[in-house]
Design a binder for this molecule. Structure first.
Ligand code: NAD
Length: 507
């Protein structure tokens, strides 16, 4: 028997009792979640700092403020979202009531990743509570301070009959997934997404998969280079590049690259000072395994900016070069061809860094172009035209988001119309995430399903179709019963068939 079977059946019993259905109950749980965010703010700041030296400003913006917005948006609109949606009827059902009821699924499993460990656990939770479900949350074990904080304190705010936090590594999560859930919401890598979907398929459980991938960022020749550099660098180096919607690589002409490089260099210094390693605003790679993976991606093209790494501190980026061998040494530096690099010592598990880095002359078969970077490295790939950029994008898996920078509306429109991606944002990065009314999700390899705001509520609600007929007026039903009489067929058709609307060829 799966170790969490008892928990799941306890939650299912609570759900079947109908406890989570009333609007007041949902609102009370959401308000309690708001109190958790307010009262545990300092603990969240400390836990995220301990896990990956996340700058407090970034935690405020990307974890707390986004959760608060989502919560307020949901509290403001829940009553309207929950209303039955009455639908058009045919002639045969004119006297009846036909509507869509937003029904909770039941017991939902939410599995979160480590990069935004509060946001990516609580924003789906808000949707699941709003829709009237019971929830098992599984935070990432990688950000272990946040995991502990959530496991120890969140259950004190929520109804423990209906909401539970399970702490689990890979093995235990595999066992957890053996249970039958009514919905699984997963955020993480595409490879684990496949494992989750396979486990869900055994029970025919519906899933949302919020996955990653390589987000292209096309910079056209007509744009304000300084603004582009600031917006791209902010999106790329926020959270030390560990953001699913970060611009993964830039596509631009060789001429634009010439202008963009000095602008990026200037902006990186403006943001993080002459030595980003010392900046309190530049985070760290979350763990040793992730650091080694990101560091290996530096063996691509030429390093134009940054390139230094420090395994002790999990730092990758720019800073004064130091001699190899000592503790906290910086490896690499300056605009050099990146040769193979080997950390001088085994990195400690407590901390390690990588500096804001820009790579040029990157080839399509370089390591940095083979996988999602998920670190502070920005490769630039040159293309001859907007159509070349479109062909480059369309030859690859469909990304979570596609960015375009251009002051020419026709360029933005062309890229929007000729490509496919989970989301799209012109002349900025990441900002589309701040609007709860915009559905957020991937397509193809970058994910399945969408959430945020109303989309979260709908994701966690089954659209149950309901027809409430009167018990009498039986004579109206006789045309459909055997023995079938062909002369009644036209009447039956007229009563049930949907007619094509008249079209006017002149319009
Ligand atoms: P991950 O897939 O390694 O882990 C995510 C979760 O799955 C964790 O809770 C982990 O414990 C669990 N898990 C890991 N291996 C498992 C297995 N074999 N069986 C069952 N569960 C398992 O992802 P990560 O490293 O935590 O996060 C980084 C990835 O997540 C990146 O690819 C990033 O793009 C993606 N991501 C996507 C979004 C989005 O909204 N689309 C947001 C953040 C991160």
């Amino acid at each position: 028997m799966s170790p969490h079977a008892e928990l799941v059946s306890r939650l299912r019993a609570a759900w079947l009792s109908g406890k989570t259905r009333p609007t007041e109950y949902r609102l009370a749980q959401l308000e309690a979640l708001g109190r958790f965010l307010d009262e545990k703010k300092q603990d969240i700041l400390e836990a995220t700092a301990a896990d990956m030296r996340k700058p407090p400003f970034e935690v405020e913006v990307s974890e707390l403020s986004i959760c608060r917005s989502e919560l307020n948006h949901t509290l403001n609109n829940l009553g309207a979202w929950m209303k039955d949606k009455h639908v058009e009827k045919n002639w045969a059902t004119q006297l009846d009531s036909a509507f869509i009821r937003k029904d909770p699924y039941g017991v939902v499993l939410i599995i979160g990743p480590w990069n935004y460990p509060i946001n990516l656990l609580l924003v789906p939770l808000i949707g699941a509570i709003a829709a009237g479900n019971c929830v098992v949350m599984k935070p990432s074990e990688i950000t272990r301070n946040v995991e502990r904080l959530v496991a120890e304190t969140l259950p004190r705010y929520l109804d423990e009959d209906c909401f539970a936090v399970v702490t689990a590594g890979v093995e235990e999560t595999t066992r957890l997934l053996e249970n039958k859930f009514d919905y699984i919401f997963f955020t993480g890598s595409s490879s684990v997404g496949r494992i989750v979907m396979t486990a869900a398929a055994k029970h025919l459980t519906p899933v949302t998969l919020e996955l990653g991938g390589k987000n292209p960022c096309y910079v056209s020749d007509s744009c304000d280079v300084q603004n582009v550099a600031r917006r791209v660098a902010w999106g790329r180096f926020f959270n030390a590049g560990q953001t699913c919607v970060a611009p993964d690589y830039v596509l631009c002409s060789a001429e634009m690259q010439e202008k963009l490089l000095p602008a990026l260099r200037e902006v990186i210094t403006e943001f993080y000072g002459p030595n980003p390693r010392e900046s309190p605003d530049f985070g760290r790679i979350v763990g040793d395994r992730q650091f080694q993976r990101v560091q290996a991606l530096l063996h691509s093209g030429h390093t134009a900016i940054g390139g230094q790494t420090d395994a002790e501190e999990r730092y990758i980026g720019e800073g004064p070069g130091r001699t190899a061998g000592g503790r906290g040494e910086l490896q690499g530096g300056g605009p050099t061809r990146c040769g193979p690099r080997h950390p001088a010592r085994q990195p400690s598990l407590s901390s390690l860094p990588t500096a804001p880095t820009v790579l040029v002359e990157v080839q399509q078969d370089d390591p940095v172009m083979q996988e999602e970077i998920f670190g502070p490295i920005l490769p630039i790939v040159t293309v001859a035209s907007v159509d070349d950029a479109i062909a480059f994008i369309n030859a690859r898996e469909r990304p979570l988001v596609l960015y375009v920078f251009s002051s020419r509306k026709e360029v933005v429109k062309r890229v929007l119309e000729r490509t496919s991606s989970g989301g799209f944002c012109a002349n900025d990065t990441i900002m589309h995430m701040t609007i709860p009314s915009l559905p957020f999700g991937g397509i193809g390899q970058s994910g399945l399903g969408r959430y945020h705001g109303r989309s979260s509520f709908e994701t966690f609600s089954h659209q149950r179709s309901a027809l409430l007929r009167g018990a009498g007026r039986e004579s109206l039903n006789t045309p459909r019963y055997p023995p079938y009489a062909p002369h009644r067929l036209p009447l039956l058709r007229a009563a049930t068939e949907t007619k094509r609307r008249a079209t006017c060829l002149l319009l």
